[in-house]
Design a protein around this ligand. Structure first.
Ligand SMILES: [Zn+2]
Ligand SMILES: [Zn+2]
Length: 311
């Protein structure tokens, strides 16, 4: 395992001034130890989010390149050696594509179920990845974060969603699923912040002339991806519980837009009785690092001191 100190291991680029790490670290000192989430990037070109508690830093999925993850973490003031674990939802490259290179460099333990780990092991051959295999449905802990896992329907070996708990606050991750099963909705019902897939607008997908019918069918199938309307329904059903924030992610570039996704969700939860402003709706993008959100409270602090470089 290679341990990096604050700056020597971090390469500078036009997008990434060396001073950014120090500045971001200083900014972070203003926050009390709480439960935070920052989306490092979300979309079909790669998904990764940083979760921080008092005693743990965890990546949810590792689908950006290792270099991108390192650079975007630096924008958050986090050094790669400070990451305690990577949690994988499934083996698709937009969720796990950066993990092998990352692990060669930093030796971070990777938590996945056995079929997901096996699929990635087969693809990479001999690898030194430090696998921590869990059974789907099992609960476990990473330092002071309690993790619940549950099955979701998607065209992967054994895809899962996560619910993370720390200090009485809960963060749900529900991405890459063809439809929201009763089980999945039940598992994330108490989340204060939910990261949920809002992949496409159903009409735009049907009208899209660039995708062959078979691809559209796969996306719309019960093992494909969640539409804006389907995500909105999940969120509407969570009203009256703890929900403070919805983070919409994994947006299709061609068949969706941030405004369309956010408006579909806002309209739906408003008509379901949400008071104006009671649920914050944020759209995560591929290229930008999100603000650093406190899981159980409204508002967030921008961490993006420079635009992340293009993928
Ligand atoms: Zn997938
Ligand atoms: Zn995906």
């Amino acid at each position: 395992m290679v341990l990096l100190t604050a700056t020597p291991g971090l390469k500078t680029s036009a997008y990434f001034p060396e001073a950014a790490l120090d500045t971001a670290r200083d900014a972070r000192k203003n926050f009390p130890p709480m439960f935070h989430v920052t989306i490092l990037g979300s979309g079909s070109a790669g998904n990764c989010a940083l979760v921080e508690s008092a005693k743990a830093r965890v990546l949810l999925d590792g689908g950006l390149s290792a270099k991108q993850m390192r650079e975007r973490l630096a924008l958050c003031g986090v050094n790669p050696s400070e990451i305690d674990a990577i949690l994988l939802t499934h083996e698709h490259s937009d969720h796990a594509g950066g993990v092998e290179v990352w692990c060669k460099q930093f030796g971070t333990p990777v938590y996945a179920n056995s079929l997901t780990a096996e699929a990635l092991r087969r693809a990479s051959g001999e690898s030194k990845t430090d696998w921590r295999v869990f059974t789907t449905g099992a609960d476990f802990e990473i330092n002071d974060i309690a993790v619940q896992t549950f099955s979701v329907p998607h065209d992967a070996m054994d895809p899962v969603g996560f619910m993370l708990h720390h200090g009485g606050e809960s963060l749900g991750l529900l991405t890459d699923l063809g439809f929201a099963t009763k089980l999945a909705c039940e598992r994330v019902r108490q989340a204060h912040t939910l990261l949920i897939e809002a992949n496409h607008d159903e009409k735009l997908l049907q009208l899209d002339t660039r995708r062959p019918w078979s691809t559209k069918q796969r996306i719309m199938s019960r093992h494909g991806h969640l539409s804006n309307a389907a995500a909105a329904t999940v969120l509407a059903e969570m009203l009256g519980e703890n929900l403070r924030r919805a983070v919409l992610g994994h947006l299709s570039r061609d068949c969706n837009s941030p405004d369309l996704a956010a408006n579909t969700v806002r309209d739906r939860i408003t008509s379901a009785g949400a008071a104006p402003g009671s649920v914050e709706v944020f759209v995560a993008t591929q290229r930008e690092v999100s603000p650093r959100f406190a899981v159980g409270a409204a508002g967030g602090a921008p961490v993006c001191l420079a635009k992340a470089s293009r993928l």
